[in-house]
Design a protein around this ligand. Sequence first.
Ligand code: ADP
Ligand code: MG
Length: 350
Amino acid sequence: MLEDKNQERTSLAELGEFGLINHLTKHFKIHHSSTVKGIGDDAAVVNTEGNELLVTTDLLVEGIHFDLSYMPLKHLGYKAVMVNLSDVYAMNGQANQITVSLAVSNRFPLEALEELYAGIQLACNTYNVDLIGGDTTSSTKGMLISVTALGTAKKEDIVYRNGAKPTDLIVVSGDLGGAYLGLQVLEREKQVFQVNPQNQPDLDKYTYIIERQLKPEARKDIPELLKELEVKPTAMIDISDGLSSEIMHICTQSKVGCKLYEEKLPLDPQVISTCEEFDLDSTMIALSGGEDYELLFTVSLSDYDKIKGNPNLTVIGHIAEENEGMNLVTRANQEMALKAQGWNSFKGKE
Ligand code: ADP
Ligand code: MG
C-alpha cells in the first residue's frame, strides 16, 4: 500500500537524525499558550496554569499492536495519538501536548515517516494538541512508536476509577464491538489476499467497523458534554480492552459490584450483521472486543434526568454492593458473572 502511494524512497541515513526530526516536525503549529517551549531544547517547557497535570503514555509495537499490511501509516500515526488522548479524557481532563518517540528499521524510507507524521499532525490539529518533543532512534527490526500525552484538569474535576457507589448508573458513550469486528474483517481480507493477490476486496458493507479499527476517535466531546450537563461522573475509564474488563477495573477499585443489562448494550447495525456473518455472539463482542476508545463512567442516580435521552450516551446498568458480584443480566433474565477477557486474551482463545 505504501509503495503504491510513494514511488520515491529516500533513505533515512541521507538526512541524519536532526535533519529527519526537523523535516518531520517543521509544519506543526503550536496551539496552546501553555506550551512555553516545544521541540528544540533539552526538554519542553509546559505551564500548567495552576491545574493538575495529567500524564499518560502508550507504546505500540509492530507485529503486536499493529500490522502494516492493512494499517496505513497515516492511520497508525493518528491512532497512536488517539489512544493517549483517550486516557486523558477518561480522567475528565483536557489534552494539551504530546511527545512522540520512534524506533524504525532501515526498511522504512523517509516517505513512510512523512505519512506517519501526516496522521500525527491531523490528530494534533483536530484535537487541538501540540507536539512538543520526542526521541528518534533506529531498530534492528520493525517499528515502535511511543506517544506520551500531557493534559490538565482542575483538581475538583478529575474523575478516578475508584469513586463508583451502589445505585450509581453505568453509562457508555457511542457503541461497542465495532473496532474488534473491523479487525476480523481486515484479517480475513489479508488472508484472502495472500492466497489470491488479484482479488479486490469489497469492503463497502464494513466501512463503519473498519473505520472504528483504523481511525478511532477519542471522545474529547464527552468531558465537554458532561460539563455542559453539569454532571460529574463518580468514576470513569476508557474502553481499550473491552467493556467487561473495564467495568471490572471500576468495580474492583471502587469496591463495589455491578449489573449490566444485555439488552441495553449499544450496538451498531453493522456490528450485528457482521457478527451474524462471522457466527459470533454480539454480546460477547461488545463485552470483550477491545479498542473502541469509548468512555465508560458511573453517575449518581440523581443525575439520570440530565443524561437520559442524550444520543451520545447509553445507560447500560447500575452499580451494586460488592458482595452481589459483577454480573450481566441476559435477555432471558439470567445473571452471568462477568469475565475479565481483555481483547488480547480473547484473540488468543480463537
Ligand atoms: P536529546 O539529544 O536532548 O535527546 P534529540 O536530539 O533527541 O535531543 O531531539 C532534539 C529535539 O527534537 C528535542 O526537542 C526532542 O524532543 C525533539 N524530537 C526528537 N525526536 C522527535 C520525534 N520523533 N518527534 C518529535 N520531536 C522529536
Ligand atoms: Mg533524544
